[in-house]
Design a protein around this ligand. Structure first.
Ligand code: ZN
Length: 471
């Protein structure tokens, strides 16, 4: 019965901007694991009459995020008060943007599997965060350190048709924010929070069904699970002839279900009105152009360039462009070694594997030297792998290192021929197999030669000599 229906989902994503100070005051925004209420002032603690002043860095980050997401950055935007009561919101209202947000529209291209999809944004606006409540021993504690931190809320169109779409979109969005340096977008630390609006409809239908908002999902995996759960719940309800109601449901992590929390508020309930203490934000063309120049090349653009310019396969290009630091390191190695293929193989293989085992401290210049040694036939890829851990401990010069340790490859053909002949006479079965047409048997012989020379022979050279000797 599920095949008849399709999921329709839209997202509201809050990302905390990585500014020095809060959105409307000069308190530090670096609040993670700080003593409760140690980073507050009359403005962010919501004292009556305190005067907010817009943080220019936060505005700049919101604009750059909008530009990177291909939004229409508005030359006129303003702030509004969104009224609601909550114990961690002492002012009784949040300063947000209602009808004139900083950004409208926008889109993000995402690969879902091998398929490229484009998902649309409706808007991005700025707002301040509330504080944090902790409940323990029949009492509740209020920490206002987080109150007043700058957030951007990114609202998408209801453009997602599967939980897989949402999962890949969020990963790409997270990467984009990290490349921009506008947010750490770490869900576990609450730097990125995501609510989802979900409804179902018969495939092919144009009208939307009754939407339900899901909250409290604190990881990408949980979002995926919650969407899958909610899809099944709604289909079952509709099939039974039940009427779905518009409501807010919370994700219960340990039970992996959603439960009803409250009926959904309409925007009228918040009684939005223009914030009287803040002037509108007005931008001119020159300012917008200056912001455009500050947007760096993003993950997806790097990936495309790695595929086109360096002829890397999609998967390799994708991993290398995943994080800005790794991508820039790879590009630096390519620039010096002029060998993108080998640089990609070495970084994706031995380099990343080593990072899981020890601290890796090797400069792009020295990693490029290892590639150069391989290109010149002075060391094999096996030796490269072996020396990497030592060299990476304190960024040693690989050229000096292989010379000192006597690891330079045997390039004397005569000497190699002698070893090859020895190996052939010790392994008559393999020789016979090869001569009988078993192409793979040569691998065994090459392996034996490599063993005898302690990896100092060049495998392609050994291969050639063996073939010559057995022909
Ligand atoms: Zn403050």
């Amino acid at each position: 019965m599920y095949d008849k229906y399709e999921l329709v989902a839209g997202l509201e994503i809050h990302a905390r901007l990585k500014t020095q100070t809060k959105l409307f005051c000069s308190c530090s925004n670096d609040t993670f694991s700080k003593e409760a209420n140690s980073l507050i002032c009359p403005i962010c603690a919501g004292f009556p009459g305190a005067l907010p002043v817009l943080n220019k860095e936060a505005l700049s980050m919101a604009i750059k995020t909008g530009l990177a997401l291909k939004c229409d950055v508005k030359k006129f935007s303003k702030f509004d008060r969104k009224s609601y009561f909550y114990p961690d919101l002492p002012s009784g209202f949040q300063i947000s943007q209602y009808d004139e947000p900083i950004c409208e529209g926008g889109e993000l291209e995402v690969y879902v599997g091998e398929e490229k999809k484009t998902f649309q944004f409706n808007r991005i606006h700025m707002e301040n965060d509330a504080g944090k409540l902790t409940h323990e021993n029949h009492s509740s504690l209020v920490d206002l350190n987080r109150a007043g931190s700058p957030l951007i809320e990114m609202v998408t169109e209801p453009c997602f048709r599967s939980s897989e779409d949402v999962f890949e979109f969020l990963k790409e969005l997270q990467r984009t924010l990290r490349f921009l340096g506008t947010s750490d977008a770490d869900m576990e630390k609450g730097m990125m929070r995501c609510d989802a609006n979900i409804s179902i409809r018969l495939k092919g239908a144009v009208e939307f069904g009754t939407k339900v908002e899901i909250k409290n999902m604190n990881s990408f995996n949980n979002i995926k699970k919650a969407l899958d759960y909610e899809f099944v719940r709604q289909v079952k309800a509709v099939e039974k002839g039940e009427k779905l109601i518009q409501e807010t449901r919370g994700w219960v992590d340990d039970k992996e279900i959603t439960v009803s929390q409250r009926s959904k508020e309409e925007s009228a309930d918040y009684r939005y009105f223009p914030e009287p203490d803040l002037p509108p934000v007005i931008l001119d063309n020159a300012e917008l152009d200056a912001y455009k120049k500050e947007v760096p090349e993003l993950s997806a653009q790097k990936r495309t360039r790695f595929i086109n310019d360096f002829k890397l396969p999609f998967k390799h290009a994708s991993t290398l462009s995943w994080e800005r630091e790794l991508a820039e390191f790879f590009e630096e190695v390519v620039k010096i070694s002029n060998n993108p293929q080998k640089a990609a193989n070495l970084i994706l293989g031995d380099y990343l594997a080593l990072q899981k085992e020890q601290e890796v401290n090797i400069s792009a210049a020295n990693l490029a030297k290892i590639i150069k040694l391989m290109d010149e036939g002075k060391i094999s890829s096996k030796i490269a792998k072996e020396i990497l851990p030592e060299i990476s401990k304190s960024d040693l010069d690989p050229e000096k290192y292989v010379e000192e340790k006597g690891l330079i490859q045997m390039s004397d053909t005569g000497e190699l021929e002698t070893v090859c002949q020895e190996v052939m006479s010790e392994n008559p079965k393999m020789v016979e197999d090869f001569k009988g047409g078993k192409e793979k048997a040569i691998g065994g012989l090459v392996g034996q030669v490599m063993k005898k020379t302690q990896g100092k022979a060049s495998p392609p050279m050994v291969n050639d000599i063996l073939r010559k000797l057995m022909s």
